[in-house]
Structures are given as C-alpha cells and as structure tokens.
Design a protein around this ligand. Structure first.
Ligand code: RRO
Length: 311
C-alpha cells in the first residue's frame, strides 16, 4: 500500500530520517536499517571529522526544535566504509542515501569525487543548506554559486544525486531556483532544511537556550510545516518530472505525511519528531498514513500524490 517508486528505485514505504537525526554513528544507522523506515540517510559528512559547536546545541521545544550543531560528523571515510560494507545486505533496488556537506566549493567537489571513485551504489545528497557554521552563509541562498557548483559537479559525477535545499519565502526565488535546478540531471531535491537562524528565549531565565551563535539556530518541527509544504508544492510544480521531491519539515503524524504527499513529495523525512520519539516513530507513521488512505479509499500513494486541489 505504501510502496514508493523513487527514480529507478522502489522502497517499501516513503519514510526515512532527516539527515542529522539518529545517523551520526554506525549504531544509529544500524538502528534505522532495522526499523520500519523505508530508507535512511547518513549525517552530512565533511572530509575530516568535526566536533561541531559547543553544547547545548540542540533543544526540543513544545512546537519543534532549535539546533546549531555546527556539522559534527565522523568524516567521509567513516560513513563511506559503513556504506560499502552494508550496501550488499540491502536490496539493490532500495539503496540508502549518503549526505555530504563541504565547507567550500573545493571540498564539495572532493567529497563527490571520492564517492564517484568508490563502489558506493546508493544515492548521494549534497547538502547546500547548512545554516549553522559561523561565517559560512548557506550556499543555496546564493543562486549563481549554486549553479556554478552544480555545473562543476555534473561535469564528473555520474551516480544518482540530490540536493538538500533551505526554505525559500518568495515566489520569485522558487522560480529562479527551479530554473537553475532544471538545467541538471538531478535525481531529486529535498525541501526543506531547518528554517535558519531563529531565536528561542526562555522567559524564566531571560536567556537563549543554545550556546552557539548567541542562541541563533535552525528551527524544525511543527513550526515549519506550512513553510515545508509550500516549498514542496512550489518545487513539485516547477521542476521537470524526472526530478523527485523529498518532503521534509514538520511531519509528526500520518496526516502531516499525507499533506506532504498531496503537495507532490515522493519520499518523506522525519527530523525533530524522530529525535523526540526514536525509530519506533516509523511504525506509527506507517499505520497512521495507511489508516487515512484506507478511510479515503486510496490503495496506493500514486493515486493522490501531487493532486492538491486549488480553489
Ligand atoms: O549540523 C548542523 O548544524 C546542521 C546541518 Br549540517 C544542517 O544541514 N541543518 C541543520 O539544521 N543543522
């Protein structure tokens, strides 16, 4: 009932983690592989391991989360070794996702060259939207730079590739970014990363709640669902049909998942709510989405995907 075709691949269901949540270590990744998730993605990797920003750097909030992790990760080789070791055990028609996030254009190219040269047979996600490295603006808010990076990448990279995008807030920006993305053989785009540089205040202590960047951090969870739905819808209606859309942002229930699918998403990623509930969330989401579809008389996701009605 929840079977999902994504590019040339087929997954048991559309649910997976959002990169950054429950995917830092091989133990985390093994737990996702053993869960009811349809697939999973690794923490965005840099060439060298990084400690990330000082703690506290992630806080759960009543309506979501705020984070300024600062790209802590164990380095490309750690995740690539895991991927090469484990990919055989996973059906070739349902490979997992590998996220990379270089701190410069040159680092992004080097990361992707290493993946290209390896035996990795999965899907690669280039994160162009990390909001939390002090002094490094998000690449995907710089349109000419984004185009330049993609031109370089597609001059040598031949494996399935997607990009993780930040939220956009203006129809002109959706138009401009979609025009750039449509020039390339992308397998997918993933919308959205956290809404960058929000500020949460604890009124009791009169203080911010995370230590890095004077408390500024990426916002996720319930706060961001309308922005995420808008970005999924905007790109699903502007991108060429070969480019799939992964919907990420504010999915806590089967209803939220259903709405992302109506907007045109193909796979669905869970960040904040996975952090709060752990991998058992995937069984719950599958059950809730199945119940909604059954109540509406749908027997497959394809019957309603992208079919959001206008007034
Ligand atoms: O590690 C982080 O601070 C982080 C990253 Br790379 C990202 O892409 N999105 C986010 O909310 N945090």
């Amino acid at each position: 009932m929840l079977t999902t075709k994504f590019g040339e691949f087929t997954y048991d269901n559309p649910f997976m983690n959002a990169s950054g949540v429950h995917c830092m270590t091989t133990t985390d990744l093994e737990e996702l592989a053993a869960s009811e998730a349809g697939s999973f993605v690794t923490k965005s990797a840099t060439l060298a391991p990084r400690e990330g920003n000082p703690e506290p750097r992630y806080v759960d909030l009543a309506l979501g989360s705020i984070n300024s992790m600062g790209l802590p990760n164990k380095g490309l080789d750690y995740y690539l070794n895991f991927a090469l070791e484990k990919q055989e055990a996973i059906a070739p028609e349902a490979p997992f996702f590998f996220s990379v996030a270089g701190m410069s254009v040159e680092e992004n190219i080097e990361l992707l060259r290493k993946i290209e040269a390896s035996n990795f047979r999965g899907i690669t996600e280039l994160n162009l939207s990390c909001p939390n490295v002090p002094g490094k603006p998000q690449v995907a808010y710089d349109f000419p730079l984004t185009e330049q990076i993609l031109e370089q990448v597609f001059s040598f990279f031949t494996k399935p590739l997607g990009v993780k995008l930040p939220p956009y807030f203006d129809l002109a920006h959706f138009d401009q970014m979609a025009e750039i993305l449509n020039k390339f053989s992308l397998t997918y785009i993933n919308s959205i990363n956290s809404i960058g540089n929000g500020l949460y205040i604890d009124p009791e202590t009169e203080a911010v709640v995370i230590k890095p960047k004077e408390g500024f951090g990426g916002i996720g969870g319930e706060y961001v669902k309308p922005t995420a739905l808008a970005n999924v819808r905007a790109f699903a209606t502007r991108l060429k049909p070969e480019i799939n859309v992964i919907g990420t942002g504010g999915i806590r229930s089967g209803q939220d998942a259903f709405e992302h699918l109506l907007c045109g998403a193909t796979m669905l990623q869970i960040g904040t709510e996975l952090q709060k509930e752990g991998p058992a969330i995937f069984a719950r989401l599958k059950k809730e989405l199945t119940e909604i579809m059954t109540a509406k008389g749908y027997t497959s996701i394809d019957e309603f995907r992208g079919k959001l009605r206008s007034l």
